[in-house]
Design a protein around this ligand. Structure first.
Ligand code: ZN
Length: 165
């Protein structure tokens, strides 16, 4: 059985809860997430914790903000045209404070939190929604396999849970 090391493709399920127990994200019951180990595609503290694990292993880890998405920065609010917000949840008709939206920026797509929606303009906070939070990860390794030459050249995993070209 292969264990996790550089140039392995790892599939895993995870449940992410905030320190107060709020469920933030989970992919259980959906497709596992896949990443190429050792290529910086995953939060470093998670890669370190997964090193040496094998399919079927479970682990729990707690990440401080500086190990996860960083501290919240002040002064990260900006006003953008409402029409630039993408990702309105299904069943919602309007943006409300606290919702997570996606905005195209010069640095690519990024997640923002809606602060104050207006008629045409909306105030958003560009801190990562999980910035400043201590996060608990419950991880279950689904599979570990050797990466293909193509995956190593691309620096990411292909197939289920990975990149699709
Ligand atoms: Zn690729």
């Amino acid at each position: 059985m292969s264990s996790i090391s550089d140039n392995k493709v790892v599939q895993f399920f995870y449940t992410l809860t905030e320190a107060d127990g709020t469920l933030s994200e989970s992919n259980r019951g959906e497709e596992p997430m896949a990443y190429l180990h050792g290529h910086g595609g995953m939060i470093p503290a998670i890669e370190t914790a997964l090193e040496g694990k094998a399919a079927g292993d479970s682990l729990e880890l707690t990440l401080s903000p500086d190990q996860a998405y960083g501290e919240r920065q002040e002064g990260q609010q900006l006003r953008v045209p409402m029409k630039h917000l993408q990702g309105l949840p299904k069943g919602s008709r309007a943006w409300k404070p606290g919702m997570i939206a996606v905005v195209q920026t010069e640095q690519g797509m990024r997640q923002v939190t809606v602060v104050k929606p207006g008629l045409k303009m909306v105030t958003v906070d560009t801190n990562h929604p999980l910035a400043g939070k201590t996060l608990n990860y419950s991880i279950e390794v689904v599979s570990v396999r050797d990466a293909t030459d193509e995956e190593i050249a691309h620096g990411h995993a292909h197939g289920v849970g990975g990149h699709h070209h």
